[in-house]
Design a protein around this ligand. Structure first.
Ligand code: HEM
Length: 314
């Protein structure tokens, strides 16, 4: 259910809303996206209320879980803050908002990126072969790839980076101007909401050679790497604003490290264990919605390429 709610909210928040451009008609919610988002939010609220109640009741009955979960900790923290004279309280509404943010931002984004990575690899069989060769030569065929192998797999890293450059799980980021300012010659007044297309930044042909092509090698430091990147640190959250799959600045994605770790290990396991076949070529059109998922979900068939007992041993 959480996944359905997260998907619903991401899909309908990404639909073009005339109300954003013409605030006077916002209340009419012409295409019903607002209604659908509210419906999903209400379902989430009901679910979270039940989870909170269960935790509170368990606590009242003196039940002690072997390990406290995130909800236990947040409820305890909220109780502590509400009992003390802390300036900022943490109400249940805040706890629910925090989980909503984590579920919306943290679930669909990573699965969408993984689907794109596999789709691009299927469409680029040579790249797939090179990646499988790298994994085979570093890991061998007698065990599955592990997290500790990842630093020794630079081509895997390049494939993940190139996927995130071309296929952004969140193509638009939002900011509010705290003061009057000028951006690219345009006067922007205080409190305006500014929408930044990190999709356009990551595909900027002035920066990226063959910008819309899937070429992981550009991240291995060959000539396709933009010249002005050479003296910049290779970090996702630094001052390199030509490559911003996780946004940037203070509001940049706090889940970037987790997402890249999950993408590396999951993709590596999928291509080490299987070849992937489809009928024809993958359609790489993007669908609607905030997370720019594939318009036609990827349907592909796994063909075993290692001893199944090794796969099952994980
Ligand atoms: C491939 C996976 C992911 C991508 C591409 C991605 C991308 C982004 C982007 C572009 C933003 C907006 C940043 C900005 O406004 O500058 C964002 C925000 C956020 N992300 Fe991620 N994200 C991913 C995975 C995750 C995961 C796994 C989590 C948590 C477990 C997460 C949690 C968040 C949160 C909480 C925010 C809001 C931060 C704020 O508003 O201050 N994300 N993400």
């Amino acid at each position: 259910m959480v996944q359905q709610v997260a998907k619903g909210i991401t899909l309908y928040s990404g639909l073009l809303s005339l109300g954003e451009a013409f605030p006077l008609i916002k209340k009419y919610d012409l295409f019903g996206a607002g209604r659908k988002i509210r419906g999903n939010l209400m379902r989430f609220d009901v679910l979270m209320n039940a989870v909170i109640l269960k935790h509170e009741e368990e606590k009242k009955l003196g039940g002690v879980r072997a390990t406290k979960d995130a909800m236990d900790n947040l409820l305890e923290y909220s109780e502590y803050r509400n009992q003390t004279s802390a300036e900022v309280k943490l109400a249940k509404k805040g706890i629910k908002g925090l989980f909503l943010d984590l579920f919306i931002r943290g679930t669909d984004t990573t699965s969408v990126a993984l689907e794109w990575a596999l789709a691009e690899l299927i469409n680029h069989p040579n790249t797939m072969k090179m990646l499988q060769n790298e994994i085979d030569s570093v890991v061998g065929s007698t065990r599955l790839v592990q997290e500790s192998d990842i630093p020794s797999l630079p081509y895997l890293n390049a494939v993940v980076k190139e996927t995130l450059r071309l296929h952004l799980s969140l193509p638009l980021v939002f900011r509010k101007c705290r003061e009057d300012c000028m951006i690219s010659g345009y006067n922007i007044s205080k409190n305006s909401r500014v929408v930044v297309s990190i999709y356009a930044i990551n595909r900027d042909p002035d920066v990226w050679e063959n910008a819309i092509e899937f070429i992981p090698e550009r991240f291995l430091g060959n000539t396709l790497n933009p010249v002005d990147h050479e003296d910049k640190p290779d970090d996702l959250k630094d001052q390199n604003f030509d490559y911003v799959p996780f946004g940037g600045g203070r509001r940049g994605c706090p889940g970037a490290a987790l997402a890249t770790a999950v993408l590396h290990i999951t993709l590596a396991t999928l291509v080490q264990g299987f070849d992937w076949k489809i009928e024809g070529k993958v359609n790489i059109e993007e669908g609607v919605g905030l997370s720019a998922a594939m318009s036609h979900p990827l349907v592909c068939y796994p063909i075993l390429r290692m001893d199944p007992s090794i796969l099952l041993s994980k």
